[in-house]
Write a protein that binds this ligand. Structure first.
Ligand code: GLU
Length: 316
């Protein structure tokens, strides 16, 4: 088994991200698998200085490790590789240049839209022969969109069972390269996972619809499809995904408050059905008792975060 930990350095790691990475790591280590590390730093404007280093440091503190002789992949250094894949899709007629702005797409869409934005209405499909042609006709730099086939994508999630999504109805033709030339997440992930031989992808269930899009790209580029596990997210008591309004849930803050790695791993393991309430354990301990089927698929509601050890415990 080969998997990867791929944090996005767009902000600090909070307990929700930490839970996903811990479970991903334990899943691979329990199977004797290889763990790779990747910086998903393509989201230019949202990338925060120092966040990549902080994420690594937090994960090491939690007790995770990775097989670093395999090297760490940094997505922002791989634009030529992504560009070649985008070009293959363009040459094969499976993608087309598009000059629509997000606002134009939202205005053109009749249906209300979800978190992935409005469904692309197909405006630029068949309009331009090339990026240059798009620029000559409109004066704009073109993005590249993958033309979604009409059928639903069915795949098996190792934890949740059969899944069915229809990208052509949900997002429509989706971007694989932005107008500034940067690869979009869907394409970069697919290219990297294939090139590094990743055969198990474990991540948050907010990415389930993305998995369907990624499978379409794997098919179009004739790349293998890895096995997938999507774990639930940690949400606040209001049922919404963790954000500032839920207080400071950053791993770095818990560390600064004196919470031990064993207390946090224990809490995360408990939230995944793998430890008793209040139990403390190391990441290594978790590997010994890890079981995928113990993990609940319902969202984890953030209740009491682990507290720093009481003064009396400190003195021991
Ligand atoms: N970088 C993404 C994240 O931190 C994960 C992407 C993936 O696993 O494909 O949520």
């Amino acid at each position: 088994m080969r998997t990867r930990l791929a944090p996005s350095p767009t902000g600090a790691l909070h307990v929700g991200n930490a839970r996903t990475f811990l479970l991903n790591w334990a899943h691979a280590r329990a199977a004797g698998g290889v763990v790779l590390y990747r910086d998903d730093d393509l989201d230019g404007p949202r990338v925060k200085t120092g966040a990549a280093e902080q994420a690594r440091d937090d994960l090491l503190w939690l007790g995770l490790d990775w097989d670093s002789d395999e090297g760490v992949l940094v997505q922002s250094e791989r634009s030529n590789t992504y560009e070649a894949a985008a070009q293959r899709l363009l040459d094969a007629g499976l993608a087309f240049p598009c000059v629509c702005s997000r606002r134009e797409i939202e205005r053109a869409a009749s249906a209300p839209h979800g978190s992935d934005g409005a469904r692309y209405p197909g405006t630029c499909d068949g309009r331009f022969a090339s990026y240059e042609d798009a620029h000559a006709q409109t004066g704009r730099d073109a993005a590249l969109r993958f033309r979604t086939p009409p059928d639903a994508v069915i795949f098996h999630d190792l934890l949740r069972g059969p899944q069915s999504f229809n990208p052509s109805l949900e997002t429509g033709d989706f971007p694989i390269r932005r107008a500034n030339g940067m690869a979009a997440y869907q394409l970069a992930t697919v290219v990297d996972d294939a090139e590094t031989g990743v055969d198990l992808v474990m991540r948050g269930d907010d990415l389930l619809p993305s998995t369907a899009r990624q499978i379409l790209l794997q098919r179009a580029l004739r790349l293998p499809t890895p096995a997938y596990v999507h774990v639930s997210l940690v949400v606040g008591e209001d049922g919404r995904r963790l954000a500032k309004r839920h207080g400071d849930t950053r791993v770095a803050q818990l560390r600064a408050d004196g919470v031990t790695a064993e207390a946090l791993v224990g809490w995360l393991a408990w939230s995944a059905g793998l430890a008793r309430p209040g139990e403390r354990l190391t990441a290594r301990d978790l590997v010994g008792r890890y079981q995928l089927r113990a993990i609940p698929t319902d969202p984890v509601v953030l209740t009491d975060l682990p507290a720093p050890p009481a003064a009396s415990e400190d003195a021991r």
